[in-house]
Design a protein around this ligand. Structure first.
Ligand code: ATP
Ligand code: PRP
Length: 208
């Protein structure tokens, strides 16, 4: 059995053609079902529906053999217990700093609100900027509006979320996309099945 960990929403939607390229069709749409273990047209493949941030945990501990996770999630998870053989080139966006339109902080120490603490710490350290990182779990856009932070570090795609909240994108930290991750033991124990799966996805990504 090949067990694939995947999250609902945009990653799942973008993954349908990738799975199809590997001959896999989910039995139900997880966005329309409450099932967490989903069978497929192939008796030897099943899907686990997990939170996006939990995908690396399921794969590292071997509860799933492979999974699809955003580079943002992987950098925050920060483990060398996973293989990351392929950029799936889906769920593409940018990790950016953002602040209130026209705002320029006056103090010595920048206050930064973010869900992405490690990425933010590394970025500001590399820039030689003293930053106090304030961990939030969502709705980061609010923080600069109410004086909690000078700026935020968040994902940006169209920029509509920032704009709707009177914020503007500032510095690009990195481009983000989803990656295929593989459990290290599964790579050895299920070598044929895993390499065949990676091969189908690689071919699809290369031709996309
Ligand atoms: P969780 O459910 O664990 O809190 P989440 O709500 O961030 O995670 P999604 O919104 O489905 O989960 O995002 C999954 C991944 O998609 C993110 O980790 C990121 O790599 C990417 N992503 C997030 N926002 C966007 C966006 N606006 N456009 C494109 N890709 C995005
Ligand atoms: C993501 C991200 C931003 C938004 C950016 O949120 O956290 O808020 O997308 O996209 P945009 O630049 O196209 O507006 P998401 O839609 O995943 O909502 P959530 O993280 O609050 O679930």
């Amino acid at each position: 059995m090949l067990t694939i960990a995947i999250s609902k929403g945009r990653i799942f939607a973008d993954s349908i053609p990738l799975l199809a390229a590997a001959g896999i069709e989910p039995a139900v749409d997880p966005d329309k079902s409450r099932l967490l273990i989903i069978g497929t047209n192939r008796p030897d493949v099943q899907l686990l529906v997990v939170r996006a941030t939990d995908v690396p945990t399921y794969v590292e501990y071997g509860a799933a053999d492979v999974g699809s996770a955003g580079k943002d999630v992987l950098l925050e998870y920060d483990s060398d217990g996973l293989y990351e053989p392929l950029d799936l080139n889906i769920a593409r966006c940018r990790m950016m700093t953002a602040a209130r339109v026209g705002y320029h902080p006056a103090g010595q120490r920048l206050r930064v609100a973010t869900k992405y603490v490690k990425i933010a710490q590394r970025y500001f350290a590399a820039q030689g900027i003293q930053a106090e990182i304030i961990k939030l779990y969502g709705s980061m856009e609010l923080a600069p509006l109410v004086g909690l932070a000078d700026c935020i570090v968040d994902l940006v795609d169209t920029g509509n979320t920032l704009k709707a909240n009177g914020l503007e994108p500032r510095e690009l930290i990195m481009h983000i996309s989803s990656r295929l991750i593989v459990n290290k033991a599964a790579m050895k124990m299920k070598h044929a099945q895993v390499t065949e799966f990676i091969g189908h996805l690689s071919q699809f990504v290369a031709n996309a």
